[in-house]
Design a protein around this ligand. Structure first.
Ligand code: PLP
Length: 426
């Protein structure tokens, strides 16, 4: 395939936008080469500026669970846009989307809309601190909760030391309140809780991780985490920005059978427009301004355009819950096809999958946390990524990302993808 025009557009973009992109992972740094510029998309297909058709396994990093330019969503947005895009005043559609979301998700009474997953997680942590009166949080290595200061922290020398920032611009003062544990390792959480008695407000986790590949929490780990939080008056925050309205109507809480205290949403809840949200039971949400003292606000939060996309999307998912089954079946089909091909090729690999989240890792060891995910062979991944791209299959341009299947993918598309893998030489 030819990517001449994409490369020219990228060169031009780099003159005016840092790195040519408005979000770093789009720049292909992990895999090399120039990113592809999209002209338009429909269903499961992207059409790029060079006229190539690509089968898309990212779907805008998750939001487009029903495929690109899904008509009920697009029509809702067009009709709303004609009536004005933002007023900075309350509108009925905010309540409609809130009511629907609260009815679909277990264990929440109220929800507040923001403009991104980052904002949702940042605000959820502030609310947890305000509610508990404690400052510290625990996060897990390899979990992504957006780019706000508190989350851009990596491990210090030992598990029980304070985190150190992994981006310039994050202060030591902020970093010292974020403690780092290892995914699927309850003992690492217990050690932090013991060493910081009565100082930890919340544990925030991707209940099924999707930002170090797809990593499934072991039962004892996630159940143990719930118990540990309850015993120590620590709030458990499920960052369901990726899993919410993807693993089922009730997201990871429903899929894992665990109630969290605060939930964060993004991606699917906005139907492809910028929407995030956080939610909890009344007791917690009543601490939020203007009902309570914890401040949080947004000029464009809950704007009618974004709400109309979210409402159309959640309405579809609520009325047709069989979509989640259908997506899980398609993902299983891809999984089985990949297993057949990769076993034949005899290269070491792991595939992790839950529902419509799946990732392929080129390593012999089971991938259960950030350290094991990081052991994947990146040279093999690069060959895989570019080899598949050459055959018209668009995968996440980083080994640390889960794929996001969308329901517009046909079994023909999946078989074409499996066939492309079969033809690859590693
Ligand atoms: C994408 C993502 C975020 C950040 O959402 P943005 O809308 O990109 O700010 C937060 N948490 C998780 C789990 C995510 O996957």
């Amino acid at each position: 395939m030819i990517y001449q025009r994409s490369s020219a557009l990228f060169a031009e973009a780099k003159k005016y936008i840092p790195g040519g992109v408005n979000s770093p992972v789009r720049a292909f740094k992990a895999v090399g080469g120039d990113p592809i510029f999209v002209k338009e998309a429909k269903g499961a297909y992207l059409y790029d500026e060079d006229g190539n058709r690509l089968i898309d396994y990212i779907a805008s990093w998750g939001p487009l669970i029903l495929g690109h330019a899904y008509e009920p969503v697009i029509n809702a947005v067009i009709e709303k846009a004609k009536k004005g895009t933002s007023f900075g005043m309350p509108t009925e559609i905010e309540t409609e989307l809130a009511k629907l979301a609260v009815s679909m998700v277990p264990n929440i009474d109220k929800i507040r809309f923001v403009n991104s997953g980052t904002e949702a997680c940042m605000s959820a942590v502030r609310l947890a601190r305000g509610f508990t009166g404690k400052d510290k949080i625990i996060k897990f290595a390899g979990c992504y909760h957006g780019h706000s200061d508190s989350f851009l922290i990596q491990a210090g020398s030992g598990a029980v030391t304070f985190g150190s920032p992994n981006s310039p611009g994050v202060t030591q003062g902020t970093a010292k309140d974020t403690l780092l544990a290892d995914y699927n390792d309850l003992a690492s959480v217990k050690a932090l809780v013991d060493a910081n008695q009565d100082e930890i407000s919340a544990v925030i986790i991707e209940p099924v991780a999707g930002n170090m590949g797809c990593i499934i929490p072991a039962d004892e780990f996630i159940n143990g985490l719930r118990t540990l939080c309850t015993q120590n008056s620590i709030l458990l925050i499920f960052d369901e920005v990726m899993t919410g309205f993807r693993l089922g109507k009730g997201g990871a809480q429903e899929a894992l059978g665990i109630d969290a205290d605060i939930l964060c949403f993004g991606k699917v809840i906005g139907g492809g427009l910028p929407v995030g949200a956080f939610a909890a039971r009344n007791e917690i949400m009543s601490h939020l301004a203007p009902e309570g003292p914890v401040y949080q606000a947004g000029t464009l939060s809950g704007n009618p355009l974004a709400m109309s996309a979210g409402l159309a999307m959640l309405t579809e998912l609520n009325n047709k819950p069989e979509i989640f089954e259908s997506l899980a079946d398609k993902t299983e089909h891809l999984h089985e096809g990949f297993v057949n091909v990769l076993d034949k090729k005899g290269i070491p690999y792991q595939i992790n999958r839950l529902g419509s989240m799946i990732s392929l890792h080129f390593t012999e060891e089971p991938v259960v946390d950030f350290a094991s995910s990081a052991k994947g062979n990146n040279d093999t991944f690069k060959k895989y990524f570019h080899g598949m791209l050459e055959k018209g299959i668009y995968l996440p341009p980083s080994a640390f990302e889960s794929y996001f299947l969308n329901d517009a993918l046909s079994y023909g598309d999946l078989d074409e993808t499996i066939g492309a893998l079969d033809e690859l030489n590693f």
